[in-house]
Design a protein around this ligand. Structure first.
Ligand SMILES: [Zn+2]
Length: 456
């Protein structure tokens, strides 16, 4: 699963060696944002009530027409923008660049150039479904000042489905600024709202410059245009890694893997700008319903893999089998504890190493985890601070999964994983699931690890 850090997290919060990230703390951000929106709506309703009271008590020639004129203008704008959004989606589906560019502010040449690149990218991805809709209007005095009195800044929901990759349609966010030029609405900016959107918004694979798309039966990879050799090699490694996940993790996942390997440090929710970050790749969630949209947590649909630009040359099947394990379990719900998520991903990855180099290497590593990593911790690594922990939490998580596989068998561990991912919404649920399926709680699992002697 996957995990996503909000922009509010402190530096260093992303040192996931190859980790997905959770929307830890995002709930706070969502609550703040929704709070802001609620206030806005309430304010406007109060204003409207005040206006209508004023017109009732102070009769005048414009008393009835003024509010209805405003309402009519808002309704007309809504229809005009909906029509533009519909046209943009249609333009992509019918590969009609002129139609896509029709509603771009003619005065803004650089936006027009960027939108041409966006159009080409969207066409190349090849969505089976694509649509844009208006969420709520946002108010930003600076944006209004720079674009004039007709400025309409609106949060947009982009709903799309990439064939085979997205098993259901997924949603991402954008912010568009429209202005009215001589009676006609045009798009004049597409990044004014970016800083106020959720993690990774407007940083999808197609938003960041011209891409090249590579495909295999169950792999879709995006690289920079012209980076063809890398595109081919990543597809080959991912195909190999996928076969390992299929071989070593019992869940029958039939989806396709979407890998993004661009020369960009910030792609989706992955941020690799800090050179100290050793993370070579991360798997970040996609959402059929965004956090805060229908529920606080949102509904996870799956995950895409983003490769660290500085580590692109090191991407191999071992690394990718770890990330693909996250992808192949992402749509279960994402409520499993991190020790189980990372432990399972490491388990699959190490099974791949074992297949290549024999059991010696794995046994040696397992003993090192027991001798060095376990004593550095006093309990199973918790979700809080997992990716910031300087102890080898990945090794210990892997050991816990190895132990459970030895005790219960792989099938039962996989069932435990599914139950946790779907229902482990809080600690009490996790405790109940773990105990009912293993006879252990987190404390007795931990003490079992401390006395665990692997058979070799
Ligand atoms: Zn991971």
């Amino acid at each position: 699963m996957s995990v996503t850090t909000p922009s509010a997290e402190p530096p260093g919060a992303q040192d996931s060696p190859h980790g997905p990230r959770r929307w830890v703390g995002l709930l706070v951000a969502v609550a703040l944002v929704s709070g802001g929106v609620v206030y806005t709506v309430e304010d406007r309703e109060r204003d409207a009530r005040a206006r209508s009271t004023a017109t009732q008590t102070a009769p005048g020639p414009t008393q009835a027409t003024k509010p209805s004129k405003t309402a009519a203008a808002i309704a007309a704008r809504r229809v005009a923008i909906d029509t533009i959004l519909l046209r943009r989606a249609q333009a992509v589906q019918t590969v009609n660049e002129a139609l896509f560019l029709q509603d771009i502010d003619p005065a803004d040449r650089s936006l027009r150039a960027e939108q041409k690149v966006l159009f080409a990218n969207l066409v190349e991805i090849g969505f089976t479904e694509l649509g844009y809709s208006q969420a709520e209007e946002r108010f930003d005095p600076a944006v209004a000042k720079s674009h004039g009195r007709t400025t309409y800044l609106v949060r947009i929901l982009m709903r799309y489905q990439i064939p085979k990759v997205d098993l259901t349609p997924v949603t991402s966010e954008l912010g568009y600024t429209f202005i009215n030029v001589r009676g006609r609405w045009v798009l004049t900016d597409d990044d004014d709202l970016d800083k106020d959107l959720g993690p990774g918004a407007h940083q999808e694979a197609w938003d960041l410059g011209r891409i090249e798309v590579h495909r295999a039966p169950r792999v879709l990879a995006v690289v920079e245009q012209g980076d063809t050799k890398r595109g081919r090699s990543i597809v080959a490694e991912a195909t190999e890694a996928l076969s390992q996940v299929t071989a070593y993790w019992p869940r029958k996942w039939r989806g396709s893997v979407f890998l993004i390997a661009l020369d960009e440090t910030d792609v989706r929710d992955a941020r690799f700008a800090d050179e100290d970050i050793e993370s070579a790749a991360s798997a970040g969630s996609t959402f059929s319903s965004l956090p805060g949209q229908d529920t606080a947590d949102g509904t996870v649909a799956g995950a895409y893999i983003v490769v660290n630009p500085n580590e692109r040359d090191r991407v191999d099947e071992i690394l990718l089998s770890h990330e693909i394990t996250h992808v192949a379990t992402a749509d279960l719900g994402g409520y499993e504890p991190l020790w189980l998520a990372e432990g399972a991903a490491e388990y699959v990855s190490w099974r791949g190493i074992e297949a290549i180099s024999g059991p010696g290497e794995v046994g040696k590593w397992e003993q090192e985890v027991i001798d060095d990593a376990l004593p550095a911790l006093s309990s199973l690594p918790s979700d809080a601070g997992f990716y910031q922990n300087s102890a080898d939490v990945y090794g210990v998580s892997w050991l816990a999964v190895r132990f459970l596989v030895r005790r219960l068998g792989l099938e039962k561990v996989e069932e435990l994983y599914e139950d946790m991912a779907m229902h482990g919404i809080d600690q009490a649920s996790r405790d109940r699931i773990l105990f009912s399926r293993t006879g252990l709680n987190e404390v007795t699992l931990w003490t079992s690890l401390k006395t665990y002697q692997p058979q070799r």
